[in-house]
Design a protein around this ligand. Structure first.
Ligand code: DX5
Ligand code: ZN
Length: 220
């Protein structure tokens, strides 16, 4: 199944419950939540207390993208706040298999993310354990950036790898995806498409969600 995951980063932060409802009613199954610490990335967003409040207002799958240093310290907080999936950056973790195990022990799905200049070899040790791999196609920190084609090229390689080895993780893309390049993105074999500015930056986020889904369903 192909999934669109609107990223709340581009939403109106003064009314997040209403913003979530717009995309949920339009058919979004995942909500992508970008947690930034001002250290790993040059921007700050929100943490577990905000996610805990949002949890009460939505049934969407909470896909939490942790762009923070020392994510191990906060995994339990995010799990308790109601995250369904915890996604750590390979660049921030020394012992990836241990962190993946901790996330699973907390009852969440586990994912690993790589920046555009991080090779797939950095995550080889956990490909048989993770539920999802996020290939970032912009440098993390901000929405509204342009997709980096060299980063996109890693997705078909990863897709081939999982087929050859029989791995079961899904592949997510994050950064610079819009209706203009969605077909090209879907051709790579990706499963879950994060969209920030293309959904919440659109005049009508509900319509934008539906437009994404109607293109994506041809690839299901
Ligand atoms: C960027 C975030 C993204 C961001 C994507 O660091 O991880 O999730 O919201 O925004 P767009 O889709 O506008 O590139
Ligand atoms: Zn993200």
């Amino acid at each position: 199944m192909k999934i669109v995951a609107p990223s709340l980063l581009s939403a109106d932060f003064s009314c997040l419950d209403r913003e979530m409802a717009r995309v949920e009613e339009a058919g979004a199954k995942y909500l992508h939540l970008d947690v930034m610490d001002g250290h790993f990335v040059p921007n700050l967003t929100f943490g577990a207390p905000v996610i805990k409040c949002l949890r009460k207002h939505s049934k969407m799958f909470f896909d939490v993208h942790l762009m923070i240093e020392n994510p191990e310290k906060y995994l339990e907080d995010f799990a308790k706040a109601g995250a369904d999936l915890l996604n750590v950056h390979a660049e921030t973790v020394k012992n990836l298999p241990a962190v993946v195990k901790t996330i699973h022990d907390l009852g969440c799905q586990a994912a690993v993310a790589i920046k555009p200049d991080t090779p797939l070899s950095a995550i080889e040790s956990v490909l048989d354990q993770v539920d999802m791999v996020l290939v970032m196609t912009v440098y993390p920190g901000f929405s509204g950036q342009k997709l980096i084609p060299e980063a996109l090229a890693k997705i078909p390689v990863l897709d081939r790898m999982r087929k050859e080895k029989g791995y079961s993780f899904t592949i997510q893309i994050d950064g610079g995806v819009g209706l203009g390049n969605l077909k090209e993105v879907m051709e790579t074999g990706v499963d879950i498409v994060v969209a920030g500015s293309a959904v919440f930056g659109a005049a009508d986020p509900a319509q934008a969600t539906k437009d994404f889904l109607s293109v994506m369903e041809a690839y299901a």
